[in-house]
Design a protein around this ligand. Sequence first.
Ligand code: FO1
Length: 309
Amino acid sequence: MKIVALAGGVGGAKLAEGLSQVLPPGDLTVIVNTADDFIHFGLHISPDIDTVCYTLAGIANHEHGWGLEQDTFHVLSSVNNLQGPTWFSLGDRDIATHLERTRRMNNGETLSQVTESFCQTWNIKSKIMPMTDQTVATMVHTTCGRQLSFQEYFVKEKCIPEVKGFSFTGIENAFPSPGALDAIKSAEAVVICPSNPWVSIDPILAVKGYRETLIIPTVVAVSPIIHGKTIKGPAAKMFKDLGYEPTAVAVALHYGELLDGFIIDNQDIEMINDFPIRTIESNIHMRGKKDRRRVAQLVLDFIRNIHNP
Ligand code: FO1
């Protein structure tokens, strides 16, 4: 069963890894948000691409969800001694990824090409592709009138400023990565991972071509909100800041007509009749590898059920 997953960082990576466990090698394509990418110390950092790759390669830091397992922070500590910026924690081995990515991109390789090559090195069997090879940057507009780059908002300011909206700089000149639309057209289904709808999935959908192509396959989403909260990240706070109740229903309404099916947590069972589309409930909290496999299997069974009711 050929599946395309749309993913952001930690939550998306967990389900993508589960899907890679239950699907035959090569049947999974993960299209990853790159609007969190930024240049830091002159290095091209692609946090969500790296989180998805490290997770599928089994080398992600379990505690944080991002970065590499057992990494050290000697470079960051030396930068600190020199009074340089340390708000973004780059591990020593993680820095090698950014150095080599930047070197290759400065030599003319695209982010897709670099990602494909890194995936081969890390022995990742699924296809992981950036949403676009062009530069797109999420800007967070705050109620006090400031405009922050995503990592400034997320890491430096710890998601504290109240949000009034988002914009994606460069989106009008962005195109889907080579092969991304073909993967969607030939997929039996597209899975929207439990990633942040506002800043992980919306940037992907805003790249011209994706939304129109998603009309072709069956599209199912897994709720990133369980019982009014997100497992990780600011999605629930963003819904609140923007004037919505942070619920699984709000997520489904946000995606609207794009969806053919939706999966919510069993803690939200009381709202199961409030959804405008076919919805199932289960335990969707992914604490470890087994959970990711279980939720991925649930997603595939749901898709089969939509295809053969
Ligand atoms: N997130 C943090 O909250 N603090 C950090 O210092 C941090 C460093 C970092 C380094 C490399 C990387 O690939 C990701 C990193 N992240 C960090 C996570 C990242 O900023 C966010 O998870 C994503 O952008 C949101 O999906």
